[in-house]
Design a protein around this ligand. Structure first.
Ligand code: NAD
Length: 300
């Protein structure tokens, strides 16, 4: 079996594949044209989020390529339904980085509650703004989780010990096997939460799910965290509500455009951000490597 690795993977993935006897070709910065030229040489390709697998590439690969493995969760960079129609199996590894993303959401929550980024940046400029940095505890707060899949549930598990309430909204999940989570509707969650964190996919249905109207339903002391996908929140509307104090702050790992060049959000002290690092934890990458090897072994 010959596999092309299109995006960087942890060493344990490459070693594991080789130990299965797979012929592994690593071209982790391969661009579209080169990929189009040689896609028919492989039994399978492994991608992360960087490589786009669109219809033109799938048309070229149909009949020779057996599978595409997306190391990670999101399939938004792959026209996966079209690939499946063309007989190419599309496989993802959804479990591996669940905890890494959930913990990043928790890191954003604490960063906002205690304004750690502003503490750091002012202190490095020689300013001692102790009196301005009065934050809040997580203990006793209401955390609203939109999207109660793998990551949303893990976030719930991590915040439950802080003795607050956990509200969940997910139109496709009516009940969760955890008495500490109260499932509710979107309006109730927006109005009652002190912290809202998003863990759902970006689809036509969820595009701008959180727009100006929804943001203005939130408490003016509340924080919004997005470690899911750009496009679920209307960033222009977010800018307006952060600027006029309709919500207290936001922490984002994902953006409508990545990198978010020219985004006005970057001007705001109450906007914290990270460059799409949800899955960028060493432990998650090792688990991702193990999952990829398991998926290939299953095919062999
Ligand atoms: P999942 O499929 O287990 O859960 C997603 C949940 O969203 C499902 O329960 C689904 O019913 C729910 N959902 C769908 N439409 C909804 C709607 N309109 N309103 C509310 N909920 C809705 O996926 P997961 O593994 O928990 O991942 C969640 C998201 O996290 C992924 O879609 C991906 O976009 C994102 N993600 C981000 C990073 C990162 O680096 N920041 C890494 C991995 C995943």
């Amino acid at each position: 079996m010959k596999i092309l690795i299109c995006d960087a993977l942890a060493k344990n993935a490459i070693d594991g594949l080789k130990s299965l006897g797979v012929d592994v070709i690593e071209k982790t910065s391969i661009e579209k044209e080169e990929l189009m030229g040689e896609i028919t040489d492989y039994d399978g390709i492994i991608v992360r989020g960087r490589t786009k697998v669109r219809k033109d590439l799938i048309d070229k690969a149909a009949g020779s390529l057996g599978f595409i493995i997306r190391a990670g969760v999101g399939l938004d960079n792959i026209d996966f339904e079209y690939a499946r129609e063309k007989g190419i199996e599309v496989i993802n590894t959804p479990e591996a980085t669940t905890n890494s993303v959930a913990e990043l959401a928790i890191a954003h929550i604490f960063s906002l509650l205690r304004d750690i980024p502003r503490g750091t940046s002012t202190l490095k400029k020689g300013e001692w703004i102790k009196k301005q940095l009065v934050g809040s505890e997580l203990t006793g707060k209401t955390v609203g989780i939109i999207g109660m899949g793998r990551i949303g549930r893990r976030v719930a598990e991590l915040v439950i010990p802080f003795d607050g309430s956990v509200l969940g909204y997910d139109p496709y999940v009516k009940e969760v096997d955890n008495d500490n989570i109260k499932m509710t509707n979107l309006d109730e969650l927006l109005t009652n939460s002190d912290i809202i964190t998003l863990h759902l996919p970006h689809t036509d249905e969820t595009h701008y799910l959180i727009g100006e109207e929804e943001l203005r339903k939130m408490k003016d002391t509340a924080f919004l965290i997005d470690c899911a996908r750009g496009g679920i929140v209307d960033e222009e509307a977010l800018y307006r509500v952060l600027k006029d104090g309709a919500i207290a702050g936001a922490g984002f790992d994902v953006f409508e455009k990545e990198p978010p060049e020219g985004s006005k959000l970057m001007e705001l002290d109450n906007f914290n951000c990270t460059p799409h690092i949800g899955a960028q934890a060493k432990e998650g990458k090792v688990r991702l490597g193990e999952e990829v090897v398991k998926k290939v072994a299953a095919r062999l």
